[in-house]
Design a protein around this ligand. Structure first.
Ligand code: ACM
Length: 639
C-alpha cells in the first residue's frame, strides 16, 4: 500500500479534493484477480494490527478453518498472532448467512471493509474462503513475504459482492512427462487456490511414467514410474539403451495422495485423477506387457524419445504400441483394480479416463482383434474404442463415479451421462453440448499452458503453437454455436513434456492462469485488458515477495514479417501491453533507449544480418533483448 491518508473533513472543497485523490490512490491499490463482480471503493482504511480479532460463529468448524487459514497466511509477513474468537465488536468477522444471499450462490461472498471492521459473509464456507483470498489481495504485496515486514497493514475501505461465472474452474498438471514432488504439487495447488480455481486435474499416467501407487498392481510403480534419465529436448531424446538403468522418475504413495487431497480440500479444490487409457499407456505396458495386443516384453517407459510420426493434428502413427487391448477381459480386470483403488482414494465425483490420441494401427493389424470386432458388430476401430469407453464407464458407474474424458470419447459413442473435456479446439465441446453432454472447455492451443507465450526465438520450449497472454485473456469460452447450458466451465492445461523443473512450471502457468481465472470467475462484462495488465503487474510484485516465478513475456514485442512490393523484408512490430516503447537495431549493436525508436515498419536493406529489439517503459527495460537473424525472419514468411 503506497499511500495512507487521514481524512480531515475540514471543508467541502478539501473533502472533494480528497475524494478525487483517494479514488486515484485506491485505484492503484485494489488489484484483485479475478476481478470481483461488483466492487465499490470507499474512503479510508482499516488497519490490521496484532490485537485485531477474527470473529467466527460458535461451533462452525469450517468457518473456524477458514479463519485460521487467514491467520496462518498473514503471520510470517506481519508477525501477528491473530486471535480467533467467537464474538467481537470489531475486527474481521466471518459468517454464514442465516438466510441465503441469492445474489452469490454457493461459492460467492460479500466483503465489506470499513474503517473499523471487515465483514465477510457467504452462503457456504467455500464462499468465505474466496472472500479471504480477496482480503489477502487487498493487503499490501508484502503480505506474501515469508519474513516479517515493517509495513502498515492497511485494507482500503471497499464493498464487494462477488461470485463465479462458472462452477468448474480447473488447472491440469501433467506429472507423468516430468515428475513433480508431493511438496511441489501442494505449492502448485496453493497458488491456484489463491486465484479461486476449484479443480486440480492431476494427469497421473502416460507413456512417460505411471505416478500413482496401485497396491494390487505393484509393478505399475516399481517398473512404470521409472525411465532412463535424459535432459534433452522431448521427442528427440535417445531411446533406452540395452541394459541402461531406469533411474529417473517417481510416484505418489496412497498416503501422499491422501495428504494432497486433504491439502487441496482445505483450499476448496477438488482433485480430479486422470488415468489415461486406452492410448498413452506405455508405462503401464512396460510394467504389464500382456495388457497390449503386441505384448512386447521389451517395452520400456518412454524417456522422451520419438515414437510417433504426425501427419496432421489428428493423424499419427506410433512405432511403439502404447495402447491397451480393448478385446481382452484381463484388461478390464486390470482397469477394475486400478479404478477401485482410485475411486476409494479420491472423493471427487469424477474420474478422468483420458481417451485421447489412441493409435489404432496395432488393433487394426491383429487378427484376433478383427475377429472380436466382427463378432461384436463393431464396424471400425473407433467403434472399438467406443466399446472400450463404455466398459470403462460401467466400471466407474459401479463405483459411483462419473466418467469424464478428452473429446475423442465422442467418436465411437459414449454413454449420455459422460462429461467431455474439449481440447481439440472448441469443436468437440460444441458437438458434445449438442449431444447434451456436459462439457469442460480446455481448448488447445489457447488454454494449453505449455504453448509458448511470446516470440518463439526467445520462448522456451519449442512448441507447435503460441498462446499469448492477451489472446488467452480475450478468448471467448462460449462460442456462439455452443449450448452454454451444458458448459460446466473451463480449464488451463500444463503439459510437461518440455517442463522439467518447478520454476519453469510457474513460468508457463503465470500470468496466463490469471487470465483464465478471470474468464472463469468474473462476469464477462468486467473484461478490460488494460486494467487487467495493471493488476497483473501488481501480482508480479506479490510473486516477487513470495518467490514464485512467472513470465514477463507480455513485455516483449510482437514481431511481424512480410516481403514488400519491392521484394524486401519488412518488419512490423507492436506491443501486447500499452505504454511500451520499442527500440531496435539492424546493425548488430545492442539497442537500448538511446537507439532508434520503432514508429513504422522497417524495410531491411538486403545485407542486414540481424534484428535486435527491446521494449522500455519510462527509461527502464521491460522486455528482454530479442535477436533474430534475417534468415530466421525470412523463414517466418508464409509461402
Ligand atoms: C491432449 O492434449 N492430448 C488431451
Amino acid at each position: 500500500m503506497k499511500n495512507h491518508i487521514n481524512v480531515s473533513r475540514a471543508g467541502k472543497s478539501i473533502f472533494l479534493l480528497f475524494l478525487f485523490w483517494n479514488a486515484f490512490v485506491v485505484a492503484q491499490d485494489i488489484s484483485v484477480i479475478p476481478i470481483p463482480a461488483q466492487l465499490q471503493k470507499g474512503i479510508g482504511y482499516f488497519t490490521l494490527n496484532n490485537l485485531t480479532r477474527i470473529a467466527v460463529p460458535a461451533q462452525q468448524a469450517d468457518v473456524y478453518k477458514v479463519a485460521s487459514y487467514f491467520a496462518v497466511k498473514i503471520k510470517p509477513a506481519t508477525g501477528y498472532n491473530l486471535m480467533i474468537t467467537e464474538s467481537s465488536q470489531s475486527g474481521i468477522q466471518l459468517g454464514i448467512n442465516s438466510k441465503p444471499d441469492t445474489r452469490i450462490g454457493k461459492e460467492g461472498y460479500t466483503l465489506e471493509v470499513t474503517t473499523d471492521n471487515v465483514f465477510i459473509k457467504a452462503n457456504t464456507s467455500a464462499g468465505l474462503f474466496y472472500g479471504v483470498q480477496t482480503l489477502l489481495q487487498l493487503l499490501p504485496a508484502g503480505i506474501e513475504n515469508n519474513t516479517e515486514q515493517n509495513i502498515k497493514w492497511q485494507l482500503p475501505v471497499v464493498s464487494i459482492v462477488d461470485y463465479p461465472r462458472f462452477a468448474w474452474r480447473g488447472i491440469m498438471l501433467d506429472v507423468s512427462r516430468h515428475f513433480f514432488t508431493k511438496e511441489y504439487v501442494k505449492e502448485y495447488i496453493d497458488q491456484i487456490a489463491r486465484y479461486k480455481y476449484n479443480v486440480f486435474h492431476w494427469h497421473l499416467t502416460d507413456d512417460h511414467g505411471w505416478r500413482i501407487e496401485i497396491k494390487s498392481l505393484p509393478k505399475l510403480i516399481e517398473v512404470g514410474a521409472w525411465r532412463v534419465p535424459r535432459t534433452g529436448t522431448f521427442a528427440s531424446n535417445a531411446a533406452p539403451k540395452p541394459g541402461e538403468a531406469p533411474t529417473d522418475g517417481g510416484f505418489y504413495t496412497q498416503e501422499d495422495i491422501k495428504e494432497i487431497i486433504k491439502y487441496a480440500s482445505d483450499r476448496y479444490i477438488q482433485v480430479l485423477p486422470e488415468i489415461d487409457v486406452p492410448g498413452h499407456s506405455m508405462a503401464a505396458i512396460a510394467a504389464y506387457p500382456e495388457l497390449s495386443v503386441t505384448k512386447d516384453p521389451n517395452t520400456k517407459v518412454n524417456p522422451g524419445s520419438n515414437f510417433a510420426k504426425w501427419f496432421g493434428p489428428d493423424k499419427f502413427e506410433m512405432y511403439i504400441d502404447n495402447t491397451l487391448n480393448p478385446t481382452d477381459e484381463k484388461v478390464y480386470q486390470f482397469l477394475d483394480k486400478v479404478f477401485t483403488e482410485v475411486a476409494e482414494l479420491f472423493p471427487f465425483e469424477y474420474i478422468h479416463m483420458g481417451g485421447d490420441e489412441c493409435y489404432k494401427g496395432y488393433w487394426e493389424r491383429d487378427v484376433n482383434v478383427q475377429a472380436f470386432m466382427k463378432k461384436m458388430n463393431l464396424k471400425d476401430s473407433r467403434e472399438l474404442q467406443g466399446y472400450f469407453n463404455k466398459r470403462v464407464n460401467k466400471i466407474l458407474s459401479a463405483k459411483k463415479k462419473k466418467l469424464i474424458g478428452w473429446d475423442e470419447i465422442l467418436e465411437g459413442g459414449i454413454a449420455s451421462e459422460a462429461t467431455v473435456m474439449s481440447w481439440r479446439g472448441t469443436k468437440g465441446g460444441i458437438e458434445a453440448t449438442h449431444q447434451k453432454h456436459q462439457v469442460v472447455m480446455s481448448p488447445a492451443p489457447i488454454y494449453y499452458l505449455d504453448m509458448h507465450q511470446g516470440d518463439r526465438s526467445i520462448e522456451p520450449p519449442p512448441t507447435y503453437a503460441q498462446a499469448r497472454l492477451k489472446d488467452v485473456y480475450a478468448f471467448n469460452i462460449l462460442p456462439s454455436e455452443i449450448d452454454s447450458a451444458f458448459v460446466l466451465g473451463g480449464q488451463g492445461n500444463l503439459w510437461t513434456e518440455q517442463i522439467a523443473v518447478e520454476q519453469h512450471a510457474e513460468y508457463m502457468t503465470f500470468p496466463r492462469a490469471f487470465a483464465i481465472a478471470e474468464t472463469l470467475w468474473s462476469p464477462k462484462i468486467r473484461k478490460d485488458w488494460d486494467n487487467f495488465t495493471e493488476r497483473v503487474e501488481s501480482h508480479f510484485d506479490r510473486f516477487d515477495q513470495s518467490g514464485v516465478n512467472y513470465s514477463k513475456s507480455m513485455y516483449d514485442p510482437i514481431i511481424g514479417v512480410r516481403k514488400n512490393e519491392a521484394g524486401l523484408l519488412e518488419i512490423n512490430m507492436a506491443t501486447e501491453v500499452n505504454g511500451l516503447v520499442i527500440y531496435y537495431t539492424i546493425d548488430n549493436s545492442i539497442p537500448n533507449q538511446y537507439y532508434t525508436k520503432y514508429t513504422e515498419p522497417i524495410v531491411f536493406p538486403e545485407d542486414v544480418d540481424m534484428l535486435r529489439v527491446i521494449t522500455y517503459r519510462k527509461g527502464k527495460p521491460m522486455g528482454r533483448l530479442i535477436s533474430i537473424k534475417t534468415e530466421d525472419l525470412e523463414k517466418r514468411i508464409k509461402k
